[in-house]
Ligand binder design. Structure first.
Ligand code: HEC
Length: 258
């Protein structure tokens, strides 16, 4: 069975089952293998708040019902070589979160989101949502804001990132830019065949052979700011110097392709 057929039939299953209960199904992405499946219907759903989420969104008093991803991971019967979860979202966002981060920051999965009606709620802000609990020390980054999650797969992060890590191996000066890009951008700006594509390919939009770095930086600041209509304020996670490092990294990816 091809990968696409495999995921499609599982996708249909998920929709049917999710209709009647709180269930997370974790599948292996490898075609032809028995699906790794985790059912969290018996996991305890807790009411909670998240100062981390409220701060990032500019909200107050948001409330959630959430289950523990640590408990969910403890129930994976067979991890194989997996060390991360891929989070496929309905809006062409694709998150990825390591088992290490899940355990270190006690990451939850919100199954119900209640926003104070005085605040504007963008259409992408739907369950399931990664959620950082109040006593966690997770650093501020886009990575921990994945919402609108539809399917969750087990993955190996080494395999997943291989096309990007190959570039970094040839260009050690891209280490830092690549890291920032993976933490904040890849989920919406696909690169070398990986990531989501909600925001399109930055290499297709900017000519990194010709002044594309500066153009990309100013377009970023023009779009991803605090007043962004769709609440895609990514600027809050990226310092000016980190943005420069992203530019350098993208120009090295570009130079490898040309
Ligand atoms: C939540 C998804 C999301 C994330 C995360 C994200 N972007 Fe975007 N980005 C978008 C969308 C959507 C657009 C608008 C695209 C359009 O209008 O065609 C956009 C536009 C841009 C633009 C302007 C491009 C243009 O078409 O004018 C730049 C530059 C950009 N993003 C860079 C980045 C960088 C760098 C990061 C990481 C630090 C990042 N983005 C993270 C979704 C995202």
């Amino acid at each position: 069975m091809s990968i696409s057929k495999f995921t499609k039939c599982l996708g249909e299953n998920i929709k049917t089952v999710c209709f009647w209960g709180l269930a997370v199904f974790i599948f292996s992405t490898q075609a032809g293998q028995a699906a790794e499946m985790l059912d969290i219907r018996n996991l305890k759903s807790r009411e909670m708040a998240s100062a981390y989420f409220d701060r990032a969104m500019g909200y107050q008093n948001s409330r959630f019902a959430a289950v523990s991803l640590v408990e969910a991971l403890d129930r994976v019967p067979f991890e194989g070589g997996a060390d991360a979860l891929i989070l496929r979202c309905r809006d062409d966002y694709e998150g990825i979160i390591s088992f290490d981060d899940i355990r270190r920051y006690d990451i939850r999965l919100a199954t119900d989101i209640r926003i104070d009606p005085q605040f504007k709620r963008p259409s992408w802000l739907q369950a399931w949502l990664l959620l950082i609990p109040d006593d966690s020390s997770a650093p501020s980054m886009e990575r921990f804001m994945t919402a609108n999650i539809e399917k969750i797969y087990l993955a190996s992060s080494v395999d997943y990132y291989a096309p990007l890590d190959k570039v970094v191996m040839n260009h050690p000066e891209a280490v830092s830019g690549s890291r920032v890009y993976k933490q904040n951008c890849l989920f919406c700006h696909r690169l070398k065949g990986i990531g989501g594509n909600k925001g399109g390919s930055l290499l297709a939009k900017f000519d990194f052979g010709q002044g594309g770095r500066d153009a990309m930086e100013s377009a970023f600041l023009n779009f991803h700011h605090k007043m962004n209509e769709d609440k895609q304020n990514v600027e809050q996670f990226v310092s000016h110097s980190a943005l420069k490092e992203i530019g350098l990294f993208l120009s090295l990816v570009f130079s490898e392709d040309h």
